[in-house]
Design a protein around this ligand. Structure first.
Ligand SMILES: NC(=O)c1ccc[n+]([C@@H]2O[C@H](COP(=O)([O-])OP(=O)(O)OC[C@H]3O[C@@H](n4cnc5c(N)ncnc54)[C@H](OP(=O)(O)O)[C@@H]3O)[C@@H](O)[C@H]2O)c1
Length: 248
């Protein structure tokens, strides 16, 4: 199948690195006009330059998904610049692993407000446009949205929560032609682990990840592209994609 997103508009959150950047490049490569949002505008500019260099259409917007007004403004910029939103990719996230006992609760607040509330705010803001154009919302969840592990209680809670939110949303909007897609990657080689503040948790996940062949951000981007490039009547609701070496 050759994916064709000509005439479509996609908004990708957390597009300054990793899976979000690769997804923005992939969607633009298939012909979509892409709005890339994140807090690090210098990194966003590099992603935008890659897209325009390959002949794509892109708009970079400074976005903090934890701020509801910032999410609404990004959707408004997408509509003003490109005329609507067909695909929302809620990808922005942080994974601040560590045990519950003695945890730094600012890590918890960051994870819940970014991974869960941020995706919820963006979904609400974009939904009228997705309904109008029979679009799709892609939630970048995780294997941690299916399996909770020691040291990942709050990260898993955000991803289980995102999956629950998405299933209820699917029931609310599928009758109006909106596709809800949950993508659940296993271990992907990105910057995600670099931000972990608990030294023990960071060392443990790095050791486990480096012992296997990890997914690349582009591997996950292909899964997103596959889901959103289907004909209007096809809803790919869930994609679980692990490195073949990942047993957990
Ligand atoms: N890597 C993995 O193994 C893995 C596995 C399963 C699922 N995932 C999920 O994949 C998603 C992307 O992660 P990644 O692996 O690509 O890591 P990454 O390279 O660290 O990317 C995370 C992105 O989220 C953005 N972000 C963080 N806080 C934000 C905020 N408040 N507002 C807007 N953007 C924000 C970051 O941009 P700024 O810092 O510039 O804002 C960055 O672009 C996450 O939801 C993660 O949970 C990753």
């Amino acid at each position: 199948m050759t994916e064709n997103l000509e005439g479509k508009v996609a908004l990708v959150t957390g597009a300054s690195s990793g899976i979000g950047a690769a997804t923005a490049v992939a969607l633009a490569g298939a012909g979509a006009a892409v709005v890339v949002g994140a807090r690090r505008v210098d990194r966003l500019r590099e992603v935008a330059e890659r897209i325009t260099g390959a002949g794509g259409r892109v708009l970079a917007v400074e976005l903090d998904v934890t701020d509801e007004a910032s999410g609404e403004a990004s959707v408004a910029r997408a509509v003003a610049e490109f005329g609507g939103v067909d695909v929302l990719v809620n990808n922005a996230g942080v994974m601040l692993l560590g045990p519950v006992e003695g945890a730094d609760t600012t890590d918890w607040t960051r994870m819940v407000s970014t991974n869960l509330l941020g995706a919820m705010f963006l979904t609400r803001a974009a939904l009228p446009h997705l309904v109008a154009r029979k679009g799709a919302v892609v939630q970048v969840s995780s294997t941690a949205g299916r399996l909770a592990r020691a040291g990942g209680a709050v990260y898993a809670a955000t991803k289980f929560g995102l999956n629950a939110f998405s299933e209820a949303l699917r029931l609310e909007v599928s009758g109006r032609g909106v596709r809800v897609v949950v993508v659940e990657p296993g271990v992907v080689e990105t910057e995600l682990r670099e931000h972990i503040t608990d030294a023990g948790a960071k060392e443990a996940i790095e050791r486990a990840a480096n012992a296997i062949r990890q997914l690349t951000a582009e591997d996950v981007a292909r899964a997103v592209l596959y889901a959103v490039a289907q004909p209007e009547h096809v809803a790919v609701n869930e994609i679980l994609v692990r490195p073949v070496d990942q047993a957990w």
